[in-house]
Design a protein around this ligand. Structure first.
Ligand code: PEP
Length: 251
């Protein structure tokens, strides 16, 4: 891997103060440093202060799992990008398939969230990916092209440079079913080529990570593929030993 590796944990709606403290402390202890790789955990909003307090000054960054596309206003229950930066966040996930499916986020809204994140100097982790039905209908590339083009269309390709792209096939998220390294590599190469059509330098530099049932025992073979630069990790990021070992696999 010529690009630096990157691994982010997506805690989803799991955790509590006591468990988080244990998990964060174990991660910090287990990852004193990484060679040519970095890592982060994306925690539920109420635990951002806890993440900041434990992780500040360590090699583990932190972030949120979603933001509003708006800066401020009468949007009950929403959280803005600026609020995340108040808690020292470096990253925010945008367009996770659970947000797209369960909360009706469409490509345009995800693009606006991406823009909003960057306006506050957050690094968006942009999730793209197809459902099983779309894969079976041979629509994977069209779906991902639409998801990607909506963002590039709004922010321009230069802005993409300051982001991470996560290919997450919906059928592999939380299912225990992982894309084969070759299946994932094919889509990662497609994403990189699509960006290269705008700017080959940005395409060569951008980190594209894979998400979907990545575990300690399959991370190395996935990350060994030429266009897979690390992972976005759900379930396994809640187990310190698993997450630590996945982070080391991205070196
Ligand atoms: C995710 O939530 O982004 C994810 C990839 O989940 P899991 O690793 O559990 O499949």
């Amino acid at each position: 891997m010529t690009r630096a590796g990157f691994v982010a944990g997506n805690w989803k709606m799991y955790g509590n103060l006591v468990q988080n403290q244990e998990l964060l402390a174990a991660i910090v202890l287990g990852i004193p440093s990484l060679q040519n790789a970095s890592c982060a955990v994306c925690v539920p909003y109420p635990y951002l202060a806890q993440a900041q307090s434990v992780l500040k000054g360590t090699h583990v960054a932190w972030g949120g799992q979603n933001i509003s596309q708006h800066h401020q206003g009468a949007y009950t229950g929403e959280v803005s990008a600026g609020m995340l930066t108040d808690f020292g966040c470096r990253y925010v996930i945008v367009g996770h398939s659970e947000r797209r499916t369960l909360y009706g986020e469409d490509n345009q809204m995800v693009a606006e969230k991406f823009h909003s994140a960057q306006e506050q100097s957050l690094v968006p982790i942009l999730c793209v990916g197809e459902t099983l039905a779309q894969r079976e209908a041979n629509e994977t590339e069209q779906v991902i092209a639409r998801q990607l083009d909506a963002v590039i269309g709004l922010v321009g390709v230069n802005a993409i440079k300051q982001s991470v792209i996560a290919y997450e096939p919906v059928w592999a998220i939380g299912t225990g079913e992982t894309a084969t390294p070759q299946q994932a590599q094919d889509v990662h190469a497609f994403v990189r080529n699509r960006i290269a059509a705008h700017n080959s330098e940005i395409a060569a530099d951008i980190q594209i990570v894979y998400g979907g049932s990545v575990k300690a025992n399959n991370a190395s073979e996935l990350f060994a593929m030429p266009d897979i630069d690390g992972g976005l990790i759900g379930g396994a990021s809640l187990v310190a030993a698993e997450f630590i070992s996945i982070c080391f696999a991205a070196q």
